[in-house]
Design a protein around this ligand. Structure first.
Ligand code: FE2
Ligand code: FE2
Length: 181
């Protein structure tokens, strides 16, 4: 009886043989279909974006003042912490893909997709943060489309981050509405 082979799944023998090759590459197997260097480069841009967002939100947290400052500052701080968590997730995935996370301050801003705008006054800060979130949302959506089925782990991570950036944008719009802008 002829060996049945699935039309789209790799047969077990091939899977086993492949897994024994290049074991030093750990999680990166022959089945990894994307250009790994390109994925690492994209993730390093996302890492820079998150770090710039942490810095901007921290600045805004410490600079928030005025009658509505307390609740807004808490929102800035919470976002800063969540962007930091995103940066950590991304750095960890870069290492898992055999790359190196770029934490160098040199060129950080040019690697980042979002800008570092200090803003003057509470409303201005919120607006700048909202713009940065909207930049992040579009760039994560692009990266998710690129990773597609070729790297589901990276894609899932990016999808989780994207969902949180969308929440951040919504939080900021709500703050603007509450402040009457
Ligand atoms: Fe983030
Ligand atoms: Fe965000």
């Amino acid at each position: 009886m002829a060996k049945e082979t699935s039309p789209f799944l790799t047969d077990v023998k091939t899977l086993r043989e492949r897994a024994r090759k290049h074991i030093e590459q750990g999680a990166v197997t022959e089945g990894y279909k994307l250009d790994r260097q390109k994925v690492v480069a994209l993730l390093n841009e996302a890492l820079a974006t998150e770090i710039v967002c942490v810095l901007r939100y921290k600045r805004h947290f410490f600079m928030a003042s005025g009658i509505n400052a307390q609740s807004v500052a808490q929102e800035f701080l919470q976002h800063a912490n969540e962007e930091q968590a995103h940066a950590d997730q991304i750095a960890q995935r870069i290492v898992q893909l055999g790359g190196e996370p770029n934490f160098s301050p040199e060129g950080m801003l040019s690697r980042s997709h979002s800008e570092y705008v200090e803003g003057t006054g509470l409303i201005d800060m919120i607006k700048e943060d909202l713009v940065a979130e909207r930049v992040a949302i579009d760039s994560y959506r692009d990266m998710i489309a690129y990773t597609g089925a070729g790297d589901p782990t990276t894609r899932r991570m990016l999808e989780g981050i994207l969902a949180m950036e969308e929440e951040h944008a919504e939080d900021l719009v709500t703050l603007l509405e509450e402040l009457g802008r």
